[in-house]
Ligand binder design. Structure first.
Ligand code: GDR
Length: 344
């Protein structure tokens, strides 16, 4: 039975990846941080067979202990401070966890394997935010990076450390440059979920407005469930490499609002949306759109869900959650959304 260790197992991608690996017959371990971590119950509910280990990407000994306990064949490093907007307020913490945390995990694997790094395959969650101020459209593995946030800078550090350990120590280390990927399990702070949850609650009369930042920002949005398959495929290749994972289609926040409001029968949504300058970012990534041809030809990967059905699925899940909330006050909407994993 293959064994995998996932950092960031409590997040959207961690949950989908754990489900995928369990379905493939893996024994899955998840690293969780802190006593009474409030996100642990959600992991136990969705993937009860995952074995949770205490550890923190800021603490090298805890990573070595987790590796010694799990004895993994594959490590998926998804743990990070992942909200770009917050990374300006907490730039140092973001660098510490999202950036140097990658180095610590690579070092931990080095120590755990007694310098035979090739024994453990490593996946690093790199990000399209590394492209930042885009130099070409669409972006490929060869596009230069110019990150536009402390988060993006930290991800570039983690990315090149992964490449460096591969080239220096023969690590089977892969970096997946993933563009935005969403689902009903997405955190409320990210724009897709903020919109779908807000729209559902407006449709049910639970709130009147959604307050947003830049409506002209464009992103390449895919479904998280499709993207975790690409992570797994990368680690099954004989040669480790880096891959862009994206749909190749870009939409604006306005498009997102159109589809989400249309789903609940509201055509004219202007009166429900307020723009707040405080939600604009100090520096914005204007147009991200990825070219995943390499993943398509070498991994045989392609996205299955498209934008409209993804957004509609998220609105429907949030409608169900908000409806339950109305009928059983005190129950968190996420208790319901937790169970709604699919898209498209
Ligand atoms: P992003 O995702 O920064 O691309 O990073 P997010 O959903 O936060 O923002 C997308 C775009 O929407 C604009 N926007 C708003 N964003 C948020 N969160 N809230 C708002 O109210 C709002 N209004 C407009 C933003 O300015 C931005 O342009 C995500 C994360 O998952 C990263 O961890 C990951 O690496 C990348 O995707 C790929």
């Amino acid at each position: 039975m293959p064994r995998a260790l996932i950092t960031g197992v409590t997040g959207q991608d961690g949950l989908y990846l754990a489900e995928l690996l369990i379905a493939k017959g893996y024994e899955v371990f998840g690293l969780v941080r802190g006593q009474n971590n409030p996100r642990v119950p959600r992991v136990k509910q969705i993937v009860p067979s995952v074995r949770l280990l205490d550890g923190d990407l800021r603490d090298l000994p805890s990573l070595i202990s987790a590796l010694d306990a799990a004895q993994p064949d594959e490590v998926y490093n998804l743990g990070a401070v992942s909200f770009v907007g917050m990374s300006w307020q907490q730039a140092e913490l973001t660098s510490e966890i999202t950036g140097i945390g990658v180095l610590r995990m690579l070092e931990a694997i080095q120590i755990h394997t007694r310098n035979e790094m090739g024994r453990v395959r490593f996946y690093q969650a790199s990000s399209s935010e590394m492209f930042g101020k885009v130099r070409e459209i669409p972006q490929t593995e060869a596009t230069p990076f110019h990150p536009r946030s402390p988060y993006g800078v930290a991800k570039v550090f983690g990315h090149f450390m992964t490449v460096n350990y591969r080239e220096s120590y023969g690590a089977h280390a892969c970096s997946g440059i993933l563009f935005n990927h969403e689902s009903p399990r997405r955190g409320h702070e990210f724009v897709t979920r903020k919109v779908t949850r807000g729209v559902a609650r407006i449709a049910l009369g639970l709130q009147d407005r959604i307050t947003l930042g830049n409506l002209e920002a464009r992103r390449d949005w895919g479904f998280a469930g499709d993207y975790v398959e690409a992570m797994w495929l990368m680690l099954q290749q004989t040669e480790p490499d880096d891959y862009v994972i994206a749909t190749g289609v870009t939409h604006s926040v306005r498009d997102l609002l159109d589809v989400a409001f249309h789903r609940v029968g509201i055509g004219d949504w202007d009166r429900h949306v307020v723009q707040d300058p405080r939600l604009f970012r100090p520096a914005e990534v204007d147009l991200l759109v990825g070219d995943a041809s390499k993943a398509r030809s070498l991994l045989g990967w392609k996205p299955r869900s498209e934008f409209r059905s993804l957004v509609e699925t998220m609105v429907d899940a949030d409608l169900a959650a908000a409806t339950r909330e109305m009928h059983s006050p005190g129950r968190s909407p996420d208790d319901v959304v937790r169970q709604a994993g699919g898209a498209g």
